[in-house]
Design a protein around this ligand. Structure first.
Ligand code: NAG
Ligand code: NAG
Length: 422
């Protein structure tokens, strides 16, 4: 915002006369448009890919979880916020682009006022399905968070926001943006890490997708009109999996990226089932926008052309135990003899399981400019002109600023252009 006012100053120095008021007005209008949210609220559900700080409220600040201490958060917040990365997550970039503050963790608020811009129900470690599903199939499972609990919290919030009558919340529900996920990744991660046979894990997918689907249906029943439902990331590009499932066979790896082929095939399988399910839901709920967010496709851009995102080590963790993928069996980011890289922006992964802020940013921009959302989020949410502008900008990838500043800078560029040539 400081940039915009200094632009009007330099415009006044060069242009003078009648140009000045017009230029100032335009600059002010743009800044004002950025300040006003284009969507009043965002509600988010999911796991550590989207948790903006519920974890410490649930498990305590003294939990052994390293995400509650630095170096987590070091890149953007300069302190640990409970986010499982060095900086902002996809949900942060989405809220920011829509002109909203970062989405507040549900467990950090108390009053209706606290949730004026929405709430985030995502919790690190959360699964789509409850532990009973797994125990019933002979998979050992501790008590973990899952979608039903997050939905229970959402109902509690509705009781707070519209205590007399749920119908009082209709106007709020129909204008809010709902991010339902990413969720389901842990339904596979946890069995994978306890070495449940892969063929068995594959049989869980229809149930995971059914759970996501019933959650979407429930939200629609409560009045949601705009929902974004992400698929799974390419898990074959996750440094810890590249280490654990290391193979001597060349054909186990994708030529183009070096990711594990069979694991990425599995992510694609989950995503295919989810896409088909969302298509069915759209037929049942005309008048509701159900947007698929292709995390897989958006992330693969980074693994295929990391240099376009300023990333030098797409398949390595910045924080971890060393080794070819920046991870080791004996040290983990935040535990033991771990190492932290000098520049997290150059790494695709933060801690061996979670993407770096740089990767999240690349994915978020891919979604927001419409390339990796079906139908495109920018044509679906017509109240957000900044999404269309993001889609037509070509200089977005390497810049270190948040997207809306890029747009402001672009407008300043046009102003200076006019001052020079008129
Ligand atoms: C953790 O710390 C935050 C911020 O200081 C505080 O608000 C919260 O109550 C703490 N949570 C627990 C479970 O102690
Ligand atoms: C949203 O709900 C409010 C309150 O019922 C209604 O007045 C408004 O027309 C609805 N808007 C849309 C876009 O459905």
């Amino acid at each position: 915002m400081a940039m915009a006012s200094s632009a009007s100053v330099s415009v006044s120095g060069r242009g003078g006369g009648f140009l000045l008021p017009a230029a100032v007005l335009l600059a002010v209008a743009v800044v004002h448009a950025r300040g006003a949210p284009c969507v009043p609220r965002v509600f988010s559900f999911g796991d550590s890919l989207a948790d903006t700080g519920n974890f410490p409220f649930l498990y305590g600040n003294d939990s052994r979880e390293p995400a509650l201490r630095t170096p987590y958060g070091e890149t953007f917040f300069r302190r640990a916020t409970g986010r499982f990365s060095d900086g902002r997550l996809i949900v942060d970039f989405i809220a920011d682009t829509m002109g909203l503050p970062f989405v507040r963790p549900y467990l950090s608020g108390r009053t209706a006022e606290d949730f004026a811009s929405g709430a985030n129900f995502a919790v690190g470690g959360a699964m789509a399905l409850g532990p009973d599903f797994f125990r019933g199939r002979g998979v050992p499972m501790g008590d973990r968070m899952h979608l039903d609990v997050e939905m229970k919290w959402f109902h509690d919030l509705l009781d707070l926001l519209c205590p007399a009558d749920r119908a009082d919340c209709t106007g709020m529900m129909n204008q809010s943006l709902f991010l339902v996920g990413e969720i389901g990744g842990n339904d596979y991660n946890i069995p994978l890490l306890s070495r449940v046979p892969f063929e068995k894990i594959r049989t869980f997918t229809p149930s995971v997708v059914a759970k996501i689907s019933s959650t979407v249906t429930e939200l629609i029943g409560l009045g949601a009109k705009t929902l974004v439902v992400p698929g799974n990331l390419p898990i074959g590009c996750v440094p810890n999996y590249l280490m654990i499932f290391k193979s001597d066979k060349k054909e186990d790896y994708e030529l183009e990226t070096g990711c594990l082929r069979w694991m990425n095939e599995f992510s694609k399988y989950h995503n295919r089932l989810l896409i088909d399910e969302l298509e069915k839901l759209r037929k049942f709920h005309r008048g509701v926008s159900i947007i698929y967010a292709d995390y897989y496709g958006a992330a693969m851009e980074i693994y295929r052309s990391p240099e376009q995102f300023g990333i030098d080590h797409p398949l390595a963790a910045c924080c971890g135990g060393g080794g070819p993928y920046g991870v080791s069996m004996t040290a983990r980011c935040g535990y033991g003899e771990y190492k932290v890289c000098d520049d997290p922006q150059k790494y695709g992964s933060w801690d061996g399981f979670h993407p770096s802020e740089a990767a999240y940013k690349g994915i978020a921009i891919g979604l927001l400019r419409g390339t990796y959302t079906q139908p495109s989020i920018s044509t679906t949410i017509s109240s957000c002109p900044q999404l269309t502008e993001l889609g037509s900008s070509v200089e977005y990838k390497n810049c270190g600023t948040v997207p809306h500043l890029t747009v402001v800078a672009q407008v300043i560029g046009w102003l200076l252009f006019f001052v020079h040539f008129l």
